[in-house]
Ligand binder design. Structure first.
Ligand SMILES: [Zn+2]
Length: 131
């Protein structure tokens, strides 16, 4: 079964190239250290600097909220917003806990990059066992 990944644009190609290489990179301000979401504006929201450079994220964070997607071809899947330790929130699939429980708000998660037969990889998150 072919599963389609994301489609990169000219502005997001660097982001997907990093994911392909196994890294989640986010724009970070060289002046004040503020982290931004991957596709946010090219100016720092904190200090207005345009010196935003991609820097690798720890990939660690906590669940802000989740929803269950009932339309997925592979069955139900949990989608969520994750607040990274660096600050930005990003969306991704929350990979199922072996015991089947839907992870609660505040649950610690770690990055798992999902690759596809076709298209760009996307970030997903797995529940951290030892926190
Ligand atoms: Zn800044």
């Amino acid at each position: 079964m072919t599963r389609r990944g994301a489609v990169a644009s000219e502005d997001s190609q660097w982001y997907f190239d990093a994911l392909t290489a196994g890294r989640l990179e986010l724009p970070r301000c060289e002046v004040c250290g503020h982290w931004a979401r991957p596709t946010s504006a090219s100016l720092c929201a904190e200090c207005g600097s345009d010196a935003m450079t991609p820097v690798e994220s720890s990939g660690k964070g906590r669940i802000v909220c989740t929803i269950v997607d009932h339309r997925a071809v592979e069955g139900e899947r949990v989608l969520g917003l994750v607040e990274l330790d660096e600050g930005p929130w990003i969306a991704g699939q929350i990979l199922a806990d072996p015991d089947g429980a839907r992870p609660a708000q505040g649950t610690a998660v770690v990055l798992r990059i999902m690759a596809f037969d076709d298209g760009e990889p996307v970030p997903a998150f797995a529940v951290t066992r030892d926190d």
